[in-house]
Design a protein around this ligand. Structure first.
Ligand SMILES: [Zn+2]
Length: 156
């Protein structure tokens, strides 16, 4: 199975080789989406946007909201309920590896169809998730250097 990154690279490469067809394809998508009452930026980030990106985004959010609901709908630490801030957290770590292996689409799909247990998952908001990564040592911050507490301890 190809990873999301490989698919993106392939797509980018294909567009580089078939500029006219790619342009035509993007244009027809933009027209369709404009008909649906929305406009789509033609270029984003590194100058590339997948055709129908807006539709994919909407689909992703739809699925994410269902997962959020399934996992309790609020941050397990601070209780914030804004779904834009909520992230699926792997309580025992290994989340990045699973995302890399499955990708967002498959991960949410397996959660929603019950193929993946949700016992080791919870919801954390972006801030609490970041703090949690520091706490379990996935990120490291030498707080003593920032606060100077180590020097103070030595001095006393
Ligand atoms: Zn939180």
């Amino acid at each position: 199975m190809k990873t999301r990154e490989e698919i993106n690279t392939y797509h980018r490469e294909w567009c580089r080789k078939n500029k006219d067809r790619c342009r035509e394809y993007n244009r027809s998508w933009r027209l369709k989406i404009r008909v649906m009452g929305r406009t789509v930026p033609s270029r984003v980030g590194d100058g590339h946007v997948l055709p129908g990106a807006l539709r994919l985004q909407a689909l992703r959010w739809k699925k994410k909201l269902r997962v959020v609901e399934l996992l309790g709908g609020k941050c397990a630490k601070c209780g914030i309920v804004d779904p834009r801030l909520l992230q699926i957290n792997h309580i025992n770590g290994g989340g990045t590896a699973e995302y890399k292996r499955l990708g967002h689409y498959k991960l949410t799909a397996t959660i929603l169809n019950g193929a993946r247990s949700i016992e080791d998952l919870n919801l954390l908001c972006a801030n609490c998730n970041l703090l949690y990564e520091f706490e379990r040592g996935a990120r490291y911050c030498e707080i003593e250097t920032l606060t100077g507490s180590r020097d103070t301890e030595k001095g006393t």
